[in-house]
Design a protein around this ligand. Structure first.
Ligand code: ASP
Length: 332
């Protein structure tokens, strides 16, 4: 069972989108993020900066390689996010932040712009690559969002290996939790001198298909099964071949309240905005209205890329076929 389109009426709508794609320039595009927040040049050593830049570049190259060989956007974003999940520098997979109970509860989602099929997990434990489980949900489940124990059971049933909690643990995240417990706060991985962050990727493949993926450990010291925007389709992740693919990072509650990822697509489709205007309005108007902080990466059906953020920085990288690789961290 899967969510793929079988209804003839939907098939017709889907073919219209396909017709549009046939006229499109088929040059691939890819962008990724590793979180947004208070990322200041003054607080980062040259070596640290290099480590981040190199890590972003490695992940970008993996996705670009898949796309350059004619691979699917969905595969490119999955593999790109897996590389970032495996990298302890980022708050996803290995290196994720800890909950109040010093555990790891991981959230992730993925969306295929071809037919808006999607998969997501929240509160998932003991799985190294939550994005791969989200991807599996698209092809092997009628559902979209699986939570906690159920998500873990699904992963086990479909052959994912369980890892010990220690796999995710890093000294830095432990010290963050100690601080948050001492101060009695829930720490967004995006303020003061915190490290970042949630990871995400968006891509356009040579056939004009868009996809988006997002993965995170959420907030340090989160309690009561708190779930952010990252596994919520429309809030943290969005992809529709007719408009764009989007992955967000920031304080999740604000992104949920504004349905921010979907909003970019809606502004393009209903408001007839271009990608640049739609993403700028989403971050600097809608997110601002709810005092949200963070950013997003987005690609439209023509391969244009936009990566706005209202925080001091956002780990980000992008590449358009035939163009130069871009890697950025700070705002200027
Ligand atoms: N958006 C994520 C959340 O709220 C956090 C992040 O982007 O770092 O769970």
């Amino acid at each position: 069972m899967s969510q793929r389109i079988t209804n003839p009426k939907n098939q017709l709508k889907f073919s219209l989108s396909k017709l549009r794609q046939q006229n499109m320039k088929k040059k691939f595009s890819i962008a990724l993020h590793g979180g947004a927040g208070t990322i200041l040049r003054s607080k980062m050593s040259i070596d640290q900066e290099k480590e981040y830049r190199d890590s972003l570049s490695v992940a970008l190259k993996k996705g670009a390689e898949i796309l350059s060989k004619g691979g699917l956007a969905l595969d490119a974003v999955t593999e790109t996010v897996i590389i970032l999940e495996d990298n302890p520098l980022f708050n996803a997979g290995k290196g994720a932040v800890l909950t109040h109970d010093a555990e790891f509860e991981l959230d992730a989602s993925i969306m295929d712009g071809r037919d808006k099929s999607a998969g997501a997990v929240c509160g998932l434990r003991n799985i190294a690559n939550p994005i791969a489980v989200a991807r599996k949900i698209i092809t092997s489940s009628d559902h979209i969002l699986l939570s906690a124990k159920g998500a873990k059971r699904f992963a086990k049933d479909f052959g994912f290996k369980l890892v010990e909690e220690d796999y995710f643990k890093t000294e830095y995240r432990l010290s963050q939790l100690k601080l948050a417990l001492k101060e009695g706060t829930t720490l967004l991985d995006h303020s003061d001198d915190k490290k970042f962050g949630t990871v995400g990727a968006v891509a356009l493949d040579q056939n004009g298909n868009l996809a988006a993926a997002t993965s995170t450990g959420g907030l340090t010291n989160k309690k009561y099964g708190r779930v952010g925007d990252s596994p919520i389709i429309g809030a943290g992740t969005w992809a529709d071949n007719l408009n764009c693919a989007v992955s967000c990072t920031g304080n999740g509650e604000a992104f949920i309240r504004t349905c921010l990822a979907y909003e970019v697509g809606a502004r393009m489709t209903f408001g007839k905005m271009n990608l640049f205007n739609a993403t700028e309005a989403a971050i600097f108007e809608s997110l601002k209205q709810v005092e949200g902080e963070g950013g997003l990466i987005a690609i439209d059906y023509l391969g244009n890329i936009s990566m706005p953020f209202n925080s001091e920085g956002m780990y980000r990288a992008s590449l358009r076929e035939g163009g130069k690789e871009y890697v950025g961290i700070f705002s200027a």
